[in-house]
Ligand binder design. Structure first.
Ligand SMILES: C[S@@+](CC[C@H](N)C(=O)[O-])C[C@H]1O[C@@H](n2cnc3c(N)ncnc32)[C@H](O)[C@@H]1O
Length: 683
């Protein structure tokens, strides 16, 4: 993932590096623990007196600091929403009402209730009835004015009717009639008409007459991809993985995943919720802060105007843990330009209470029993390559920690509860942390430094597919858009999978869960590898090896690297690569020219004969199956396409040995279909 971009954080690094003398650098280099490194740097006068107030003010990103909610802005946005209503553009109205909610101060409950009521009208028009009902519930709980309530009760009754929830609709129509008694500002004529209409509806409903209901089945605006399921049982030691996977260890490669049985292409091998994940700032107003799903019908944070949530559940989860602390400091973090890696390192801390870290501090070893995603000790024990790090590397990361520690102090984290008082600029006129938090600086600072090392090798990018709007008259959503980097996260079980330049799996996202599925058939006992970036079909060996060494600090010895497999464009199509299929097969490949007229071919290694007739026959079936798979894929029938491609790969594997073009064409198509099943948004 990317390192720091523009912002004052870079300047902080540069000026500290320039000012540190050699003696101090040597003293630092001799320190042997993460806690001591952080504590030492924090104690230096040049750090303590470092002032970032001017730099913060100069930074443009995120507007002014601190960013507070503003009633005038909220009302302005509400008015804009109302204007779109007048023009009949309910989608635009929805956008503006949602933005208005983000800026509405928490104490303005009545104003907020009005925006919820207005948004429920937009949702009703857009046939998003469940969501309209949710907004009506919110608006009533926030104290919507009594003289206006008849409006929302009537809307509620009609939404329920559209959902064919007639009994509840009867109650809502009755509430409408009662509320009309309080509609003091409504003209008498209109009041009478509404009352009569509601009574007619009640009569019809009480007679049990079935109304036509809503004829169309509207496409939901808040889209949730289908929930994936593991193939078979969970692995009892690694519950996020299927029982088809186990984790083995090797002196050179460390831990890695292996197949405990034959795995078929397409199988779901792992579903894991992020231990900690951070949404990029640029998506904070379009995607849920907690689960990363795009949410046009959003809920605002009650305290800050910077983030949105897709549901009450996500909102509560975030507020009770990390967002309670991060609410005020997000603009500062974004302005700082610190990398997403830094932000995840911080989130790993803010999502748990200080007491939790105190309680595990005496026992950080990997735990016996199930390997739980939420257990910080599993994160702590991921690869850091600490022993290979140079002093400059430690210094650079410790400087990042110094900033994060200062930020944590501002949040109230060290006091055990989020601070309520607004952060003042004057608090940034030095990096010094109050002496009373010395113990916290050592403990939490040590973890932060560890987190940064872990994240260098174990973080994943979370992405969504942005797919083009379907053409008018076509309801096929074709998932052939581009992948967009949304968030960074760490998945502790997936982090145990090693790399291959010919990976066996593909990964996609279901909210903040990662889903890992096989893209080829994998034999029992074979390693199950993911891919860290370079793939052998497109990147030359030297470049792959250089990239992997540089980024992940290992020498790749996967089969394509060891056997120097050709790039896709260089694969020859003059030969078919038959597996040796004699009575006693050897691992050799029997290369057979396409125009060969013989059926019994002698293996160059074991000298036995392979009858290629059976193989050739089954390969004939692959052509038709593959064509059907492509047709299904083109029509957006991804489930069907996956089945066809999986059958093709089975037939290929029974006869031929990769690498050859048609195999990777099929793997690539299967990959595209599987990717289409994850997070997506229509643009
Ligand atoms: C995400 S971790 C994978 C799990 C790791 N092996 C462990 O024990 O925690 C990445 C690190 O694993 C090692 N690794 C990954 N793929 C490898 C490979 N193909 N060969 C050797 N080492 C590999 C490298 O040390 C790399 O920095």
């Amino acid at each position: 993932m990317t390192e720091e971009n523009e912002g004052f954080f870079k300047k902080f690094h540069e000026s500290i590096n320039n000012e540190l003398d050699e003696v101090t650098k040597n003293n630092f280099a001799n320190l042997e623990s993460n806690s001591k490194r952080v504590s030492y740097l924090c104690s230096l006068p040049i750090i303590k007196k470092y002032d970032i107030t001017d730099d913060v003010v100069k930074c443009k990103t995120g507007g002014e600091f601190p960013v507070n909610k503003s009633l005038s802005k909220a009302l302005q946005l509400k008015d804009a929403g109302n204007q779109w209503v007048q023009k009949g553009d309910w989608v635009k109205a929805l956008v503006f009402y949602s933005q208005s909610m983000m800026h509405m101060p928490e104490k303005e409950t009545e104003e907020l209730s009005i925006v919820f009521a207005n948004r429920s009208a937009a949702l009703n028009h857009l046939q998003q009835y469940e969501e309209a009902l949710a907004d009506i519930k919110k608006c009533l709980s926030l104290g919507y004015p009594r003289h206006l309530r008849y409006k929302v009760y009537e809307r509620k009754a009609r939404s329920l009717l559209a959902l064919k929830r007639n009994r509840e609709s009867i109650v809502a129509f009755q509430d409408t009639i009662s509320a009309l008694d309080e509609a003091t500002k409504l003209e008498k004529e209109k009041r009478t008409k509404m009352r009569t209409d509601a009574k007619i509806m009640l009569e019809i409903l009480n007679k049990g007459l079935v109304l036509a209901g809503n004829p169309s089945d509207p496409e939901p605006l808040n889209k949730i991809p289908p929930k994936p399921k593991l193939a078979g049982k969970h692995n009892s030691k690694f519950p996020a993985a299927s029982e088809a996977i186990t984790i083995d260890t090797d002196d050179v490669k460390g831990r890695y995943a292996t197949a405990t049985r034959d795995i078929s292409a397409g199988e779901v091998l792992l579903i894991e919720k992020a231990h900690s994940g951070v949404l990029l700032a640029e998506f904070s107003k379009t995607h849920c802060q907690n689960c990363f799903l795009k949410c046009p019908i959003s809920l605002p944070c009650p305290k800050c105007p910077n983030v949105i949530f897709c549901s009450d559940k996500c909102l509560e989860t975030a507020l009770k843990s990390y967002h309670g602390y991060e609410c005020q400091i997000l603009p500062l973090i974004w302005k700082s330009g610190c990398s997403i890696t830094c932000q995840i390192a911080l989130r790993m801390i803010t999502q748990n209470k200080k007491d939790y870290f105190l309680s595990i501090s005496n026992d950080l070893k990997p735990q016996l029993g199930a390997y739980k995603t939420e257990d910080y000790r599993n994160i702590y024990n991921l690869t850091t390559h600490e022993e290979k790090r140079c002093k400059q590397d430690f210094l650079h990361r410790t400087e990042m920690v110094v900033f994060l520690i200062k930020v944590l102090e501002l949040t109230g984290y060290f006091d055990g509860k989020p601070r309520t008082k607004p952060i003042e600029m004057v608090e940034l006129n030095s990096m010094a942390v109050n002496e009373k938090y010395q113990g916290d600086v050592e403990l939490i600072g040590g973890y932060l430094l560890r987190n940064l090392q872990v994240l260098q090798f174990n973080a994943h990018e979370v992405f969504e597919l942005q797919v083009p709007k379907p053409k008018v008259d076509k309801n096929i959503i074709k998932h052939d858009g581009k992948s967009v980097f949304l968030a960074g996260a760490v998945f502790p079980t997936l982090a145990l999978f090693n790399h291959s330049c010919e990976p066996g799996v593909v990964r996609y996202f279901y909210g903040s869960h990662i889903v890992v599925r096989a893209v080829k058939n994998i034999k029992k006992g074979e390693e199950v590898c993911e891919n860290y970036g370079p793939i052998f079909t497109t990147v030359p060996k030297e470049k792959r090896q250089m990239e992997l060494k540089d980024r992940y600090w290992f020498d790749c010895e996967c089969i394509p690297c060891k056997e120097n497999w050709p790039l896709y464009d260089e694969m020859t199509e003059n030969y078919m690569r038959f597996k040796c299929d004699s009575d006693n097969p050897c691992p050799n490949v029997v290369a057979v020219p396409y125009d060969c007229t013989e059926f019994m071919i002698q293996c160059g290694l074991c000298q036995q004969y392979t009858n290629i007739l059976k193989g050739l026959k089954s390969l004939q079936d692959t052509e038709m199956l593959y064509r059907h798979g492509r047709a299904a894929m083109d029509e957006g029938k991804y489930g069907e396409a996956v089945k066809k491609f999986t059958e093709v790969l089975k037939l290929y594997d029974a006869t031929l040995a990769p690498p050859y073009k048609s195999y990777y064409d099929c793997v690539q198509d299967l990959r595209r279909c599987l990717l289409s099943m994850g997070n997506y948004s229509i643009i």
